[in-house]
Design a protein around this ligand. Structure first.
Ligand SMILES: C[S@@+](CC[C@H](N)C(=O)[O-])C[C@H]1O[C@@H](n2cnc3c(N)ncnc32)[C@H](O)[C@@H]1O
Length: 250
C-alpha cells in the first residue's frame, strides 16, 4: 500500500474508531475505549521502557523527543513527563486533530501532520530520543527503512532511538493467506472490510530481525539492545530495538 492510500485508511480510522484502531482490543471495537484507560496504557508503556533503559544503564538526555506515528498522542503525552519538549508526528490529519483535542500537556507536546516519506520538517541531529511503537509494521518495508534512515539523521550524537517492528508472522489464517495470494489486493481488501466489518484496512508487514540489525549496522549506527516484545499480539514475533549512532561514546 502506497503512502497516500495509507493516509486515507488511517484518516478513516481516525474518524470512525480511532482508539480501537490504535489498540485493537476486540472488546473495545466500536468506540468502546474509555479515554482515561486508553491513555493509562501509554503511561505504563513509557514507564516500563524507561525503567528498562535505566536498568541497562542507557542514558537519555531529557531534552527533545520524537514520537513517530503518534496517533492521538497516547505515548506523546506520556513522554512529555520525561522530556522538555515532545513532537508527535502522524500521517493522518484526523489522528492529529484528536491528539490536539486530548492533549493535557500544553506546549510540551507539539503535533504535526506529515504525509511525506521523509521527515524533512525536522532538522538533523535535533532529537535526544526517538520512539516508534506499532507504526513501522503498518507500512511497506521500503518506507519503514526510509523512516529509519530519517530517525538516524534526526538523532543527536548521544541520542537514543527505540523502535518496534515484527520479524515474522507465527500464525496465518490459511484461507486468508490463500485468498491474498490469489486475488488482486483491491478485491482482497474489500473482502477483509466486509468480513471484519471495518471501514479501512490495517496492513501488517515484517522485517526479519537479522535484516534490521544489518540495516542499522550498515548505516553508521549500532544496536544497544534487541528484545522480543508483545505489542503486536501472539500471532507475531516482534522485536524492540534500541539504537545509537556509531560515533556515540556509550
Ligand atoms: C497503531 S497506531 C499507533 C499510534 C501510537 N504509536 C500509539 O501506540 O498509540 C499507528 C499510527 O501510525 C500512523 N502512521 C501510519 N503510517 C504512518 C506514516 N508513514 N507516517 C506517520 N504516521 C503513520 C497512523 O496514522 C496511526 O496513527
Amino acid at each position: 500500500m502506497e503512502l497516500n492510500k495509507l493516509r486515507d485508511n488511517w484518516n478513516t480510522f481516525g474518524q470512525k474508531d480511532p482508539l480501537w484502531s490504535i489498540l485493537t482490543d476486540a472488546t473495545k471495537k466500536g468506540n468502546r475505549w474509555e479515554l482515561e484507560e486508553f491513555f493509562k496504557t501509554g503511561q505504563e508503556e513509557i514507564g516500563n521502557l524507561f525503567q528498562y533503559l535505566e536498568a541497562q544503564n542507557i542514558q537519555v538526555k531529557p531534552t527533545k523527543a520524537l514520537d513517530f506515528g503518534c496517533g492521538v498522542g497516547r505515548l506523546t503525552q506520556a513522554l512529555s513527563h520525561k522530556f522538555e519538549e515532545v513532537h508527535g508526528v502522524d500521517i493522518a490529519e484526523s489522528m492529529i486533530d484528536l491528539a490536539k483535542e486530548y492533549n493535557q500537556q500544553g506546549n510540551a507536546c507539539q503535533y504535526h501532520v506529515n504525509v511525506k516519506a521523509d521527515l524533512s520538517l525536522f532538522e538533523s541531529s535535533s532529537f535526544s530520543f526517538i520512539y516508534s511503537s506499532i507504526v513501522l509494521q503498518h507500512m511497506k518495508p521500503d518506507y519503514a527503512k526510509r523512516y529509519l534512515l530519517e530517525f538516524l539523521r534526526l538523532l543527536s550524537p548521544d541520542g537514543v532511538l527505540v523502535f518496534q517492528i515484527p520479524s515474522a508472522q507465527k500464525r496465518k489464517s490459511p484461507f486468508r493467506h490463500h485468498l491474498r495470494r490469489l486475488l488482486p489486493s483491491s478485491i482482497f481488501n474489500a473482502f477483509v472490510k466486509w468480513k471484519d466489518g471495518v471501514d479501512a484496512i490495517i496492513e501488517m508487514y515484517c522485517i526479519e530481525k537479522q535484516e534490521v540489525i544489518d540495516f542499522i549496522n550498515s548505516n553508521n549506527a549500532k544496536i544497544l539492545d534487541v528484545r522480543e516484545d508483545q505489542s503486536t499480539g501472539e500471532d507475531w514475533v516482534s522485536y524492540r530495538y534500541i539504537v545509537q549512532l556509531k560515533s556515540s561514546q556509550s
